[in-house]
Design a protein around this ligand. Structure first.
Ligand SMILES: [Zn+2]
Length: 632
C-alpha cells in the first residue's frame, strides 16, 4: 500500500467517525413501520433537511456487496413528497429512474417523504431487493430499501436518525444498537447513512442469540427462523464458529470492527444460500433446515465467507468499489480479489482450519470446483476470468440457463484455484518459509478497530505479493485472470501434493449440493443438470447431450428404455460403458416428442483429489489450524 493511499483512507476514517456537517444541519430522520407481516408492506417516512430551490432525491441504486445497479426501485410505491403539509409534484429524471426531482418551496427547511416498500412475495431475481425480506415470523431490514437522499451527497456525510416499529413482542439484533427501546419501537442513534445502510436489522418471533467470543471485538450469532426448531445451531457448529474467530485473527490480525454479528434469517420463502457482507455484521438468508440438515451444513460456506469480507471487501476495498454514495456506478474489475480471494480464504481455508468442515470435505469441495471450472466451462474458450468480473453489472440478471457457455460469476470459484496456485507457489519459492498467510497479514492488517475503508488498486496487490516473495506476480495474474485459458488453473492442486481424478465413487460435496439445489448433476458425464420433475436445468456446450440436441427446459421422458429418473440415467450410463450402442433418450419439447441418441461410454464421473506421494502435502499444511487451541 502506498503512502498516498494511507492518507486517503485515514481521511475517510475521520469522516465515518464524525460526518462533516453533522453539527451544522439537523439529521435526516427515518421512521420505518415494519409491523405488517401478513402482506409484507413496510411504511417509510423521511424528513429530509432542504433549502428552497430545485432538489434531486435519489433511491439507492448500486448496492454495496451486490456490486450491481440492482436497488429495488420497482418495490417502492405510493411515493408522496410534501413540505409544510403541502404536496409537491415530483418528476423522475428521464435518464435515471432512480432520481426524483422536486422544487423545494420558499420558506421550507425540510421535506417529508413517504412511501411503501413492498416485500417481494417470492424471489424474482438476484439481490436482496428482489427477494422477500419478511415472512409471518421474521423480517430483515436493509436500510437502503427505505431511504431517499440528496443525490450528490456522500453517504458518509449524511446523518440519519432512524426509528423502527416492530411487530409486538418480536426480538431483534443489529450491529447498530438502539439508544432507546420504547415498547416495540427502536430508536437508533444518529449515524451516517453509510453506517445505517451497513447495519441491517434482523427481528423475529422465534429468535436466538449465541455469544461466540467475548471481550473487545466480541462476536455473536443471532438467528430468526420461521419455526422454533430451526434455531437449533448445533454445539459442533457453535464450536466451529468459536474457532473461526481466532483463526481469522491469526490470519489477518485484529478485526476492523467494534463487534461482529452473524444475522441468520431462515425461511423457505427467503433467498437461499446467500449472504450480504457488512463491516460489523452479515445478513445471511437460507432455508429453514440450514442447521438441521447435514447436507446443508456440508454445503454452507456463507458464515465464514461473509466474515472474511469484513477484512476483504469492506475494510480493504478495490478503489472502483469504494464509491461515495449509492448512485455512483461501481467498477467491478477487481472482484476476483474481493470475491475470489474470499472464496479461497473464507469458503476453504478458514472454514477448514476452524473445523467447520473436515479436510476430507474440504478436498471434496476443491475437487468439485476444479471439475466445474475445468470440464463444465466451455465458455472459457471465449471469455477471460477477468471479464466475468468486469461484465457483472451487465450480467447480474442473466438467466440461469446456458451458464456453462456464458460463464457465470466464475471470478468466485475459479479464483479459489488461482489463489491456491499462488499460496503453493509462495511456499515453494520460499522453501516453506513464507505463505499466503503472510500476504493476508500485511494486506488486510491495520490499526483500525472500527469500520474504515482502505482502497487498493491491482498494482497494490502485486506489490504486496512481491513483498512476500519476489516473483513476476503481474505476469502470474495476467496469464490467469486476463487471458483466455481453455483449461482451469489446476497447478495449485498439483503443487499442493494432490491430483484431480474422476471415478464413479460419489463426491460428498457434490452429493450434498445436489440435495440442497434439488437438481441431479450429470454434467461431468452426459453434460446436463436435471430438476426432480425431469426438466433439464442446464446443458454443457460440446457435451454428449448437447451433441444429441438437448437444451434447457426440455423435459426428459425416458432413458435407456426406462421411465426417466436420475437413477435410471445413472444405470444407463453404467450399462453404456461396456456397450458400443448409444444411450436412447426420449425428450419432450413444446408439442414435440423426440428420440435422441447419446454417444457416451465414459461411465459415471465424480471428481476427487488423490494424494501424489512424490510431492510434499502442502495442501494439508494450508488447511491445518494455525491459531492456538482454545483455553478451557
Ligand atoms: Zn462474497
Amino acid at each position: 500500500m502506498s503512502l498516498a493511499d494511507s492518507q486517503r483512507s485515514f481521511a475517510l476514517v475521520a469522516l465515518i467517525a464524525a460526518p462533516l456537517g453533522m453539527a451544522a444541519t439537523p439529521p435526516m430522520t427515518l421512521q420505518v413501520d415494519a409491523r405488517d407481516i401478513t402482506q409484507g408492506i413496510q411504511h417509510a417516512h423521511l424528513t429530509i433537511p432542504a433549502r428552497p430551490g430545485p432538489l434531486t432525491l435519489a433511491y439507492p441504486r448500486w448496492i454495496p456487496g451486490e456490486h450491481a445497479a440492482d436497488g429495488p426501485i420497482t418495490q417502492i410505491v405510493a411515493l408522496e413528497i410534501t413540505a409544510g403539509g403541502k404536496a409537491l409534484p415530483w418528476r423522475r429524471d428521464p435518464l435515471d429512474p432512480f432520481l426524483f426531482r422536486v422544487e423545494v418551496p420558499r420558506g421550507a427547511q425540510s421535506l417529508d417523504v413517504r412511501f411503501d416498500y413492498l416485500s417481494p412475495p417470492k424471489v424474482f431475481a438476484d439481490g436482496y431487493g428482489r427477494t422477500p425480506n419478511v415472512t409471518p415470523h421474521l423480517l430483515v431490514l436493509p436500510f437502503n430499501h427505505f431511504v431517499l437522499y440528496p443525490h450528490e451527497a456522500s453517504a458518509d456525510a449524511i446523518s440519519v436518525k432512524a426509528e423502527v416499529r416492530l411487530p409486538a413482542g418480536w426480538k431483534f439484533d443489529s450491529a447498530l444498537h438502539p439508544e432507546r427501546v420504547d415498547g416495540d419501537t427502536l430508536f437508533l442513534p444518529v449515524v451516517s447513512l453509510y453506517r445505517l445502510v451497513d447495519s441491517p436489522l434482523l427481528a423475529g418471533e422465534y429468535f436466538r442469540t449465541v455469544p461466540i467470543t467475548e471481550g473487545a471485538g466480541s462476536t455473536r450469532v443471532s438467528i430468526a427462523s420461521d419455526a422454533p426448531g430451526d434455531l437449533a445451531m448445533s454445539d459442533v457448529m457453535i464450536a466451529g464458529m468459536r474457532r473461526l474467530v481466532p483463526e481469522a485473527l491469526a490470519l489477518f490480525g485484529p478485526g476492523h470492527y467494534r463487534e461482529y454479528v452473524w444475522l441468520f434469517a431462515l425461511g423457505n420463502n427467503l433467498d437461499q444460500q446467500n449472504g450480504l457482507e457488512h463491516h460489523e455484521s452479515t445478513d445471511i438468508r437460507d432455508a429453514e433446515a440450514l442447521f438441521t440438515d447435514p447436507a446443508r451444513l456440508i454445503e454452507h460456506r456463507t458464515a465464514s465467507h461473509e466474515y472474511v469480507h469484513s477484512w476483504n471487501g469492506k475494510y480493504r476495498r478495490p478503489a472502483g468499489l469504494a464509491t461515495r454514495n449509492y448512485q455512483q456506478p461501481m467498477v467491478d474489475d477487481l472482484l476476483w480479489v474481493y470475491e475470489g480471494m474470499t472464496r479461497y480464504l473464507g469458503d476453504l481455508v478458514l472454514r477448514t482450519r476452524s473445523g467447520l468442515v473436515t479436510p476430507d470435505q474440504a478436498r471434496a469441495y476443491i475437487a468439485w470446483i476444479a471439475a466445474l471450472m475445468d470440464a463444465d466451462r466451455p465458455g472459457r474458450a471465449w471469455r477471460s476470468l477477468g471479464d466475468t468480473a468486469i461484465g457483472l453489472p451487465g450480467y447480474s440478471d442473466a438467466p440461469a440457463e446456458w451458464s456453462p457457455i456464458r460463464r457465470r460469476r466464475d471470478y468466485y470459484d475459479e479464483m479459489l484455484l488461482v489463489w491456491l496456485d499462488a499460496d503453493t507457489l509462495i511456499r515453494d519459492l520460499s522453501g516453506g518459509r513464507r505463505s499466503f498467510d503472510d500476504f493476508c497479514g500485511s494486506f488486510f492488517g491495520g490499526p483500525e478497530r472500527a469500520p474504515a475503508v482502505r482502497r487498493y488498486s491491482r498494482s497494490d496487490v502485486v506489490t504486496a505479493l512481491r513483498a512476500v516473495t519476489p516473483f513476476d506476480w503481474e505476469a502470474f495474474l495476467t496469464s490467469r485472470v486476463d487471458s483466455i485459458n481453455p483449461r482451469a488453473p489446476l497447478a495449485g492442486i498439483d503443487r499442493g501434493g494432490w491430483k484431480l481424478t474422476y471415478d464413479d465413487t460419489p463426491n460428498d460435496f457434490l452429493s450434498a449440493r445436489e440435495k440442497v439445489d434439488g437438481a441431479d448433476n450429470l454434467s461431468l458425464s452426459l453434460g446436463m443438470w436435471i430438476k426432480p420433475d425431469g426438466v433439464v436445468a442446464d446443458v454443457v456446450h460440446g457435451s454428449p447431450v448437447f451433441a444429441a440436441g438437448v437444451a434447457p427446459a426440455m423435459r426428459l421422458v425416458a432413458i435407456g428404455g426406462h421411465k426417466w429418473s436420475a437413477d435410471a440415467a445413472r444405470e444407463a450410463v453404467v450399462r453404456a460403458e461396456n456397450s458400443p450402442a448409444p444411450i436412447e433418450l426420449i425428450v419432450e419439447s413444446a408439442d414435440l416428442v423426440r428420440v435422441l441418441h447419446i454417444d457416451y461410454h465414459g461411465g459415471l464421473r465424480n471428481p476427487h483429489l488423490v494424494r501424489d506421494p512424490s510431492k510434499t502435502d502442502l495442501l494439508s499444511q494450508i488447511l491445518a489450524p494455525k491459531a492456538p487451541p482454545p483455553r478451557h
